[in-house]
Design a binder for this molecule. Structure first.
Ligand code: HAS
Ligand code: HEM
Ligand code: CU
Length: 565
C-alpha cells in the first residue's frame, strides 16, 4: 500500500508526460530562482563569520565597491537566504508535489502568473537594497526606515505566495469533490496543511506592510508605532520558521524512507503532527518579544506554554523518523542497538544531506527550548547565540534538506543526471561540519555576551578578550562553508548545464510506503476536517493576540523614521 493513492481524474485528459512537462518547467523556474538567491546570500556569509572571528575584510577596496557597509551585506544575506531562497523553493515544491500526488494539472497560466508576480516583487525589493537605500535587515523593525520600494516589493513577493497557496487548496478541494468520502493522499495533506498554516501566519506581516509601513515610507503618515509593528512582524516571524521547516518534513516523512530502502512508520501519526502545526504554529510569536516592554506578562507566559506545545509535533517527528530509518537499515541487513545505522545508504548524497540536516536539527531544537524559556532567554537574547541557533535550523535543517532534495529533484525535473555525485556528497558533509563548528562558535560567543548584528571586528580594540577560542572556531567555519558552497553550486550548475540522459530514463519521485496506513484509521478520518481545524487556528490566534494588540491600538505611540546608515 503506498502512502499516496494517485487516482486518475477527468482533469488529466492527455498523456501523463505531456501533462506533467509544463508543470516541471514552472517548478524549474522556482528552484533556479531560489538557488540563485542562495548563491548571492551565502557568498556574504563567510565575511560575517570572519567578522565574528575578529577578522575585518569589509575595508578591502574590491568589497567596498560592491557593498557599502556591514549592514547592507547583512540585509542582503538575511533577505536573500531566509526570505527569498526559502519562499521560491517552497512555492515550487509545494505546487509540484500535490499536483503529482493527486494526478491533477493545475491551471498553468495562473501558476506562471504567481511565479512572475513573486519575481517582480523580488526585483522591486532588490533595487533599493542593492543601492543601499534599505539596509534595514530582514526584520525591518521601525523606526528604521527604508525606501518605499523595499516594502512594496517585499509585500508583493510575500503576497504572491498566497496565489500558490490558494491554487493548491483549490486543487485539493476539487479533488475532494470528485472523491467524496476518500481520505486525502498524505503528501497532498501535508502540503495543504502547510499552505493553510501560512495563510493564518502571514496575515500579521501583510497587515504590517500594507497598513503601517508602505503609507509611512511614502510619507502619507507621520509616524509608526514600533511596538505594534514588531508584534505584527513576530505574528508572522515565528510561524515563518515552520513554513521553512514543514516542506523539509514533507521530504523526511514521504521520501526519505523510500530513499533509505524502508517505510514510513505511520501515515495517521504524520497527519496528526501536521494538524498540530496548523493549530499551534502562530499563537507563539511573543517568545521573540520577552524583553519588549508594555506587553502583559500573562500573555507572554501563555504564548511561552504554547511554544512548548508546538515543539510536541517535532518530537513526534523525531521518533517517527528514527523508526523509519531503523526499519530501512534492518531491511538492508543492519542489526544491533546502534549497529544498524552503518547500513543506511551513506553514499547517496540526497539521503545523506537530509539525514545530516536532521541531526543538526536535534541540536537546533534543543537550543530552541532554551530560547523559549523566558528566564533563560534573558541571558542569550540579542547575542551571537541566536544566529548560532538559526543556522542549525533554517541554515541547515532546512537549507541542507533543500540541497539534498535538489540532488534528485533537479534530475527529475530536467531529465539530466546528477553532475559529480561524489562532489554532491562532499558538499553535504562539509556544509554539515561547517555549520556545526559555526554553531559551537556562535552559541559560545553568545554565552560570553558577544552581541549579534555587530561589526565586532571593527571595534578598534579587543573588546571580547575571553572569546578568542570561539572566535577562531567561527572563522574556521566560514572557510569550511565557503568550500561547501563552491562544491554545491558546481554540482547544481553542472547538472543544469549537463546533457539529457541518453537512455530516456526518468529519475522517479521516491514515494514511500507506510507500515501503518490510513486505511481504517479513525484518526486519519477525523483529521480530514481541515477547514474546521483551520477555523480553530484562526480563533486561537485571535484569543492570544487580541489582548496584546488591543491595548497597543488604544495607546498608539507613532514615531518618525530614522536612517542610520
Ligand atoms: Fe527558533 C529564534 C524557539 C525551531 C529559526 N529561531 C529564532 C530565529 C530564527 C529561528 C531564524 O522561543 C531568530 C529570529 C531573529 O532574527 O530574531 N525555535 C524555537 C523553538 C523551536 C524552534 C522552541 N527556529 C526553529 C526552526 C527554525 C527556527 C525550526 C527555522 C527553520 N527560536 C525560538 C525562540 C527564539 C527563536 C524562543 C527567540 C529567541 C530570542 O531571544 O530572540 C522548536 O520548534 C524546536 C523543536 C525541535 C525539536 C527537534 C526535533 C528533531 C528532529 C530531527 C530528528 C533526527 C533524526 C535523525 C531522527 C524538538 C525532528 C536520526 C539520525 C540517525 C542517523 C538515526
Ligand atoms: C546572519 C554566517 C548561511 C540566514 C548571519 C551571521 C553570520 C552568518 C556570521 C550573523 C551576523 C550578525 O549577527 O551580525 C553565515 C555563513 C553561511 C550562512 C558563513 C554559509 C555560507 C545562511 C543560510 C541562511 C542564513 C543558508 C538561511 C537560509 C541568516 C539570517 C541571518 C544570518 C536570517 C540574520 C540576519 C540579521 O540578523 O538580520 N549569517 N550564514 N545564513 N544568516 Fe547566515
Ligand atoms: Cu520563534
Amino acid at each position: 500500500m503506498t502512502i499516496t493513492q494517485p487516482a486518475r481524474t477527468q482533469h488529466v485528459p492527455i498523456s501523463e508526460a505531456a501533462a506533467v512537462q509544463p508543470l516541471k518547467k514552472v517548478a524549474q523556474y522556482y528552484i533556479v530562482t531560489a538557488f540563485l538567491a542562495l548563491l548571492i546570500g551565502v557568498l556574504i556569509g563567510p565575511l560575517q563569520a570572519l567578522n565574528y572571528g575578529n577578522i575585518n575584510l569589509y575595508n578591502l577596496p574590491i568589497l567596498r565597491n560592491i557593498i557599502q557597509s556591514y549592514y547592507q551585506g547583512l540585509t542582503l544575506h538575511g533577505v536573500l537566504n531566509a526570505l527569498v531562497f526559502t519562499q521560491f523553493f517552497i512555492s515550487g515544491w509545494m505546487l509540484y508535489l500535490p499536483a503529482r500526488d493527486l494526478n491533477m494539472r493545475p491551471n498553468l497560466k495562473f501558476a506562471w502568473f504567481s511565479y512572475w508576480a513573486m519575481t517582480l516583487g523580488l526585483l522591486i525589493a532588490a533595487v533599493p537594497i542593492l543601492m543601499n537605500n534599505a539596509s534595514v535587515l530582514y526584520t525591518f523593525y521601525p523606526p528604521l526606515k527604508g525606501s518605499p520600494l523595499f516594502y512594496i516589493g517585499a509585500g508583493l513577493m510575500v503576497g504572491s505566495s498566497w496565489f500558490v497557496a490558494w491554487q493548491v487548496i483549490g486543487l485539493w478541494w476539487s479533488w475532494k469533490r470528485a472523491h467524496r468520502g476518500q481520505i486525502t493522499p498524505l503528501v497532498t495533506y501535508m502540503c495543504v496543511v502547510t499552505w493553510m498554516m501560512w495563510i493564518v501566519a502571514s496575515l500579521g506581516l501583510v497587515v504590517e506592510v500594507l497598513v503601517l509601513l508602505i503609507p509611512w515610507s511614502l510619507g502619507l503618515t507621520a509616524g509608526v508605532d514600533p511596538l505594534l509593528s514588531r508584534t505584527l512582524f513576530w505574528w508572522t516571524g515565528h510561524p515563518i520558521v515552520y513554513f521553512w521547516l514543514l516542506p523539509a518534513y514533507i521530504s523526511w516523512y514521504a521520501f526519505i524512507p523510500k530513499q533509505a530502502g524502508g517505510r514510513l512508520a505511520s501515515d495517521p501519526l504524520t497527519r496528526l503532527a501536521f494538524a498540530m502545526f496548523l493549530l499551534f504554529s502562530t499563537p507563539v510569536g511573543l517568545h521573540h518579544q520577552y524583553s519588549d516592554p508594555n506587553i502583559s506578562p500573562l500573555m507572554k507566559t501563555i504564548q511561552m506554554c504554547l511554544t512548548f506545545m508546538v515543539a510536541i509535533p517535532s518530537l513526534l517527528t523525531a521518533f517517527s523518523l528514527a523508526a523509519s530509518l531503523e526499519d530501512a537499515a534492518r531491511a538492508r541487513g543492519g542489526s544491533g542497538l546502534f549497529g544498524w545505522m552503518a547500513h543506511l545508504p551513506w553514499k547517496n548524497a540526497s539521503f545523506t544531506a537530509q539525514v545530516l540536516a536532521m541531526i543538526s536539527f536535534i541540536f537546533g531544537g534543543a537550543g530552541g527550548f532554551i530560547n523559549a524559556s523566558a528566564a533563560l532567554d534573558t541571558v542569550i537574547h540579542n547575542t551571537a547565540w541566536i544566529p548560532g541557533h538559526f543556522h542549525i535550523t533554517v541554515g541547515t535543517a532546512t537549507t541542507l534538506t533543500f540541497m539534498g532534495i535538489a540532488f534528485w529533484w533537479v534530475p527529475h525535473l530536467t531529465g539530466k543526471p546528477l553532475f559529480a555525485p561524489k562532489a554532491a556528497l562532499w558538499s553535504a558533509y562539509t556544509w554539515f561540519i561547517g555549520m556545526m563548528i559555526f554553531a559551537v562558535g556562535m552559541h559560545w560567543q553568545g554565552l560570553l555576551g558577544v552581541p549579534r548584528r555587530a561589526q565586532i571586528s571593527n571595534m578598534g580594540q579587543d573588546v571580547y578578550q575571553s572569546a578568542h577560542l570561539p572566535q577562531l572556531l567561527t572563522a574556521i567555519s566560514g572557510g569550511v562553508l565557503f568550500i561547501a558552497s563552491i562544491l554545491f553550486f558546481t554540482v547544481l550548475f553542472g547538472t543544469l548545464w549537463g546533457k539529457r540522459r541518453s537512455d530516456g530514463e526518468d529519475t522517479p519521485i521516491p514515494w514511500s510506503q507506510a507500515i501503518s496506513t490510513h486505511e481504517n484509521s479513525r484518526l486519519a478520518r477525523r483529521l480530514e476536517a481541515l477547514p474546521a481545524i483551520w477555523v480553530m487556528a484562526f480563533v486561537l490566534v485571535l484569543l492570544t493576540y487580541g489582548p496584546v494588540i488591543g491595548p497597543m491600538l488604544a495607546n498608539s505611540n507613532p514615531v518618525p523614521g530614522l536612517r542610520l546608515w
